[in-house]
Design a protein around this ligand. Structure first.
Ligand SMILES: [Zn+2]
Length: 466
């Protein structure tokens, strides 16, 4: 199968230029001006991308398909979740396999392979959530690095569930110093937050706004500094997930100014939504995630972080729960609202609209944040995240001018509400290819359930040398 994308503007992290892109089977085979006119290029299909961008498919390195949380499960599975991602121009996800307390990493990993295999529409990889650091699970980490799962997420939040104490975190970091892996951290001081949350409920605030009020941003800053200094002591890189607060950003910035290999992502919800959304009585449950949505004054700081590369990635933390039947587990006590928001479908368009159209990011930086940087940091580059000869043909023909209105009525995520209901955005994915196959064409799904393959990823060399 040979496909030619003609007349488009190729946009990469390094620059933009007019060029045709030739795809042979699953890979990019040629890039150049006038490929269409060359006598020796015959193709099965020609896609006209006049007036459009041709970008590497988006890579979302933070999703939770089917995550068990608070007695229920995130709604999207690997079929609906990767299909929704593809509609939004994202062609690879890295999801979090979960080690349950008392179980091995292997048990958790096997369960996630079973969830994804035969279901995913596009390619997928796994990080491993470690909830139980023991001599055995430390040894298992080395094996997982060899199997293409080189990242391990630990939590200073959620005591009694995912929480690890500083000693456990430090031991896991020491292990990655030896095996080449990367530690990802959910950095909030969960012990203190649980005390404040209990006080908040006792004082009579049980609505979801209490979730936002109890999880102080300074306690995200504190935990961020702590895990960065633990990583510095263990002499390893560290990656802060879903950074939401300026106090935390300041700690990452300080570490990077010192030359430490500290990295961080933020998420669209922290750039576009705020504490106000947690109000309006129980409606606020739609916006309950951790860290919580912050006051609006944090947003310009996060944009600045993206501009100056103190934040390298925007991922979604996609973890959808229905408002009716799941979020309402927390009626009368915000601590029982399942934590998580839908978002895997909207990331590229929100960032294009708010970032590129909004004058905060160049289109090249946009591509870097949503595709190229995650590919590099998580061992997928240049197979993914690049438009280069030999790279996988995960490509998006992106219309930078088309406008559409985000709504639960039209989105493809398996969840009954949208956090961005009624918001009109400029920019949309017209044609989405996964390894050379068109999976979305002008709003129609044309992919195949189970066509996605497990991404065996390389150790975190980039994080060690960047
Ligand atoms: Zn998460």
């Amino acid at each position: 199968m040979r496909t030619l994308i003609t007349n488009g503007t190729v946009v990469t992290a390094d620059g933009s230029y007019p060029a045709d892109v030739l795809i042979v089977d699953e890979r990019i085979a040629g890039i150049g001006v006038g490929l269409a006119q060359m006598a020796n290029v015959t193709v099965d299909e020609t896609i006209d991308a006049a007036g459009k961008y041709v970008i590497p498919g988006g890579i979302d390195v933070h999703t939770h398909m089917k995550l068990p949380f608070g007695g229920t499960f995130a709604k999207d599975d690997f079929f609906t979740g990767t299909r929704a991602a593809a509609f939004g121009g994202t062609t690879s996800i890295v999801d979090f396999a979960v080690q349950s307390k008392g179980k091995s990493l292997r048990d958790g990993l096997d369960a996630w392979h079973a969830l994804a295999e035969g279901n995913a529409v596009t390619d997928y990889g796994f990080h491993m959530i470690m909830s139980d650091v023991t001599d055995d699970s430390l040894k298992e980490m080395d094996q997982l690095v060899d199997e293409g799962i080189p990242d391990f997420k630990l939590f200073t939040a959620y005591p009694g569930v995912f929480f690890s104490d500083d000693g456990a975190i430090f031991r896991a970091m020491q292990q990655t110093a030896k095996n080449g892996g990367l530690i990802m951290m959910h950095a909030e001081n969960g012990m203190a937050i649980d005390v404040i949350a209990a006080d908040t409920v006792a004082a009579g605030t049980t609505d979801p706004i209490g979730h936002g009020l109890a999880r102080y941003s300074i306690l995200e800053g504190e935990a961020t500094n702590r895990v960065i200094r633990l990583a510095q002591s263990a002499k390893v890189p560290v990656y802060i997930v879903h950074l939401s607060a300026k106090e935390a950003l300041n700690e990452v910035r300080r570490a990077r100014d010192e030359g430490l290999p500290a990295f961080a992502e933020t998420c669209p919800q922290y750039l576009f939504l705020s504490l106000d959304d947690l109000g309006h009585g129980f409606e606020g449950a739609k916006f309950v995630c951790s860290p919580p949505l912050r006051t609006e004054d944090h947003q310009p700081e996060l944009w600045k972080g993206l501009q100056k590369d103190d934040l390298q990635v925007v991922s979604t933390d996609h973890c959808p729960f229905d408002f009716h039947g799941q979020k309402d587990l927390g009626k009368g006590d915000f601590r029982k609202v399942p934590n998580g928001l839908p978002g895997v479908e909207d990331r590229l368009d929100l960032l294009h609209d708010g970032g590129v159209v909004g004058g905060k990011l160049t289109k090249e930086r946009w591509v870097e944040i949503v595709s190229t940087a995650p590919a590099k940091l998580f061992g997928m580059y240049p197979k993914k995240g690049a438009i280069a000869v030999g790279s996988d043909a995960d490509l998006v023909v992106y219309d930078p001018n088309r406008r559409h209105t985000i709504s639960a009525k039209t989105h493809h995520m398996a969840v009954d509400y949208s956090c961005y209901e009624g918001r009109t955005v400029q920019g949309g994915s017209d044609i989405v290819m996964s390894r050379g196959s068109v999976v979305v064409r002008n709003g129609e799904f044309t992919g195949t359930k189970g066509a996605g393959k497990f991404l065996k990823r390389a150790p975190a060399d980039y994080a060690r040398m960047a």
